[in-house]
Design a binder for this molecule. Structure first.
Ligand SMILES: *[C@@H]1O[C@H](CO)[C@@H](O)[C@H](O)[C@H]1NC(C)=O
Ligand SMILES: *[C@@H]1O[C@H](CO)[C@@H](O)[C@H](O)[C@H]1NC(C)=O
Length: 185
C-alpha cells in the first residue's frame, strides 16, 4: 500500500491541473509580492501571496525597502490598511514588476493588500473602499451589483482591474449606490 500511495497522489495532481479552465491561473503561483528589507532586492525577503493586515506577525513591519510583485498591491503605513489611522499609502501594479519604495515610504509599511480577482490575473474586477487612496474596508466583485451592501453611500475610492468599462451610480434600483458594467455593444 505504501508504495502505491505516491503514484495515486501524482495522478490526482495531474488531473487537477489539466481540469482547470484555460484562463484560470492559480493564485498561489500567479499573484505575489516578494518584499525585501533593503533596496534593489537585497537584505532578507518574504514572498506573500495574500493580503496581510499586520506585518509584524511576519517580522516585516517597518522593514520594507523594495519589492517585486505580480498583480496590484497596496502598501499602508499602519496596520489594518490604515483603517484606524489614515496615513501613507503606496501602490504598484504589474507582472514581475520590481520597484524600490521612494525614500519616505521605506521602513514604514505595516500592512499590505492585494487588489483584484482572487484566482484569475487581470480578470474584470471592481473594488470599492470606504476611505480615500484604497484605505479602509473594501467590497469587490466581478459582476454588476444593483446594491453594495455595507458599502452603500460610503465608497471613497475605487480600483478597477481588467478591460471592462464600469458605471458607478449614486442611486439606482432604489438603493443608495450600485455599480454596473457599461455595455457599449
Ligand atoms: C500585530 O501583531 C503583533 C505580533 O503578532 C501583535 O503584537 C500586535 O498586537 C498586532 N497589532 C494589532 C493592531 O493587531
Ligand atoms: C471602454 O470604452 C472605450 C471608449 O470609451 C472603448 O474604446 C473600449 O473598447 C471599451 N472597452 C470595452 C472592453 O468595452
Amino acid at each position: 500500500m505504501i508504495t502505491v500511495a505516491p503514484l495515486f497522489l501524482l495522478v490526482v495532481a495531474v488531473s487537477f491541473t489539466t481540469s482547470l479552465p484555460q484562463q484560470a491561473v492559480p493564485r498561489a503561483t500567479a499573484v505575489y509580492a516578494n518584499v525585501y528589507s533593503e533596496v534593489d532586492q537585497s537584505g532578507y525577503n518574504f514572498k506573500f501571496t495574500d493580503s496581510l493586515t499586520n506585518l509584524s506577525a511576519n517580522y516585516f513591519e517597518d522593514t520594507m525597502d523594495s519589492a517585486i510583485i505580480t498583480g496590484m498591491w497596496v502598501f499602508y503605513e499602519n496596520v489594518n490598511y490604515n483603517t484606524q489611522n489614515q496615513d501613507k499609502v503606496y501602490w504598484a501594479a504589474g507582472i514581475d514588476y520590481f520597484f524600490n519604495f521612494p525614500e519616505e515610504y521605506r521602513n514604514v509599511i505595516s500592512s499590505m493588500r492585494f487588489v483584484g480577482h482572487p484566482d484569475i490575473l487581470n480578470a474584470d474586477y471592481w473594488t470599492l473602499f470606504d476611505m480615500t487612496l484604497y484605505q479602509g474596508d473594501s467590497v469587490s466583485g466581478t459582476e454588476d451589483a444593483t446594491s453594495l451592501g455595507g458599502m452603500e453611500g460610503r465608497a471613497a475610492s475605487m480600483a478597477l482591474i481588467g478591460n471592462a468599462n464600469w458605471t458607478v451610480f449614486t442611486f439606482s434600483y432604489g438603493a443608495p449606490a450600485s455599480i454596473l458594467r457599461l455595455d457599449l455593444s
